[in-house]
Design a protein around this ligand. Structure first.
Ligand SMILES: [Zn+2]
Length: 112
């Protein structure tokens, strides 16, 4: 299990969020813009979360088979993703389960 933060992060903007683009160097498809959001885990130290979004910023098809429904624009202060992001039991040891709504983290009680 990963070490917990002393205080969980409340806002996505405080979690160093970045939009992830892809290019020919790591995919055989064309350049894509804003296919994932990468951010610091709201409850763990040294833990990164990457979430594919639907639609990506470029308006094309979802980059991975499953994308989280994105509402809101490119602004991390207002973005909403659905459904919840459930990382329990994942290979990287992160046990966060929660929502991002209007740019705010909402951590569910089964997170560890
Ligand atoms: Zn984590």
């Amino acid at each position: 299990m990963k070490p917990r933060r002393a205080q969980p992060l409340e806002r996505l903007v405080d979690a160093h969020p970045v939009w992830v683009d892809t290019g020919p160097e790591n995919t055989c498809s064309a350049n894509r813009r804003g296919v994932e959001i990468l951010f610091d885990c709201p409850i763990h130290e040294d833990c990164l979360c990457s979430v594919p979004v639907d639609p990506p910023l470029d308006g094309g098809p979802t980059f991975e088979a499953r994308g989280w429904k994105r509402t809101g624009g490119e602004d991390f202060a207002t973005v909403t993703l659905a459904p919840s992001i459930k990382r329990l039991g994942g290979p990287d040891g992160c046990e966060w389960h929660g929502f991002i709504r209007n740019g705010l983290f909402e951590t569910c009680g089964d997170s560890r």
